[in-house]
Design a protein around this ligand. Structure first.
Ligand code: FUB
Length: 326
């Protein structure tokens, strides 16, 4: 049986979960009804604000802290507040979020709060050098923070060169590399500055390799990166997980450094009801959980999603599995 949505009074998606001050906080997208037709550019995902959810136990009630940031509060944004993430450092909380700028290009911004439940105040401009979607902030054990990101098709990754210095508008829509031997587009990572507001390195491509040590190919739609980056660490190993997009899997790869390379390990979740699949993974009160969304509550309407959580376990080899009893 599929778990129940964490909240039913609003549609929520793209959950990024973190434990701050012993409480579980979830930073989701806030889906809303529109009459925009489904297309490969993702125009139907026309979200306008963010809420924060929190829980004091995995089975406890969910608190909706209400609207913590709206598009109108952010000077550089034109529309589409997509999947956010959050991090803490130096006693502040940072909300990273993608949106289209006034030219229709996806960029990523940051907003700051004193409390994990917001409200958040956005920086006036997007993070310099940022592009595409789905930021995932990861703070390593040594306190160094990184931002992982990227998404193809509507997420525009295919429009950029690897460094993110050249944007080709002709590559918008459902265009991605294909053909014999052509390598897949890769997610990106940059190190965050000490104040968490900027990149302090160049943007780099993240290699995801097959077991043969070769970069996964563009035609390998069951394993290639599409969107929804997430990074977590378990037993000293870095786990990079992501959505395969048009094949609708949540897959993961592991490595020995936050910069990669990562070697493909398998899937965490099979396709859910709805087109998109997106997730996060976090440890809370001694257990590990997968946070994800599906469209069961909206009866399959792809842009009206609901956030759910399920326990996961690791086996002796470090492979992840959904816990059998939920
Ligand atoms: O919510 C809008 C987009 O749908 C996200 O940015 C993607 O990851 C997909 O879930």
């Amino acid at each position: 049986m599929s778990p129940q949505p964490l909240v039913t009074h609003i549609y929520t998606a793209d959950p990024s979960a973190h434990v701050f001050n012993n409480r579980l906080y979830i930073y989701p997208s806030h889906d809303r009804e529109t009459d925009i037709q489904f297309n490969d550019n993702g125009d139907q995902y026309d979200m306008n604000d963010y809420h924060v959810l929190s829980m004091d136990s995995a089975s406890g009630p969910v608190t909706d802290h209400g609207v913590v940031l709206t598009a109108a509060d952010v000077p550089w944004v034109s529309k589409q507040l997509w999947a956010p993430d959050a991090a803490t450092k130096n006693g502040k909380y940072y909300l990273y979020f993608p949106a289209r700028d006034k030219k229709g290009i996806f960029r990523m911004g940051v907003a700051v709060a004193d409390d994990p439940a917001g409200p958040f105040t956005a920086e006036k401009d997007y993070i310099p050098g940022s592009f595409s979607i789905d930021p995932a902030a990861f703070v390593d054990d040594d306190g160094q923070a990184y931002l992982y990101f990227g998404g193809i098709w509507g997420g525009q990754l295919q429009c950029w060169n690897e460094e993110g210095t050249v944007f080709d508008p002709a590559m918008q829509g459902a265009v991605e590399p294909k053909g014999d031997g052509v390598r897949a587009l890769v997610p990106r990572v940059a190190r965050l500055s000490e104040d968490m507001l900027r990149f302090d390195t160049e943007v780099k491509g993240l290699e995801i390799l097959g077991e043969d040590g070769e970069r996964i190919l563009a035609d390998d739609h069951e394993r290639r990166f599409f969107e929804a980056a997430w990074m977590h660490k378990y037993n000293g190993t870095y786990y990079f997980s992501y959505s395969t997009g048009d094949t609708h899997f949540l897959a993961y790869a592991t490595g020995e450094s936050p910069w990669g390379p990562f070697t493909y390990r398998g899937r965490i979740l099979e396709p859910v009801v709805g087109w998109t699949t997106h997730h996060s993974i976090a440890e809370f009160q001694g257990k590990w959980y997968l946070f994800y969304h599906d469209c069961e509550m909206s009866k399959g309407v792809s842009h009206l999603r609901s956030v759910k959580m399920r326990e996961i376990v690791y086996d002796d080899k470090g492979d992840m599995h959904l816990a059998e009893k939920q």
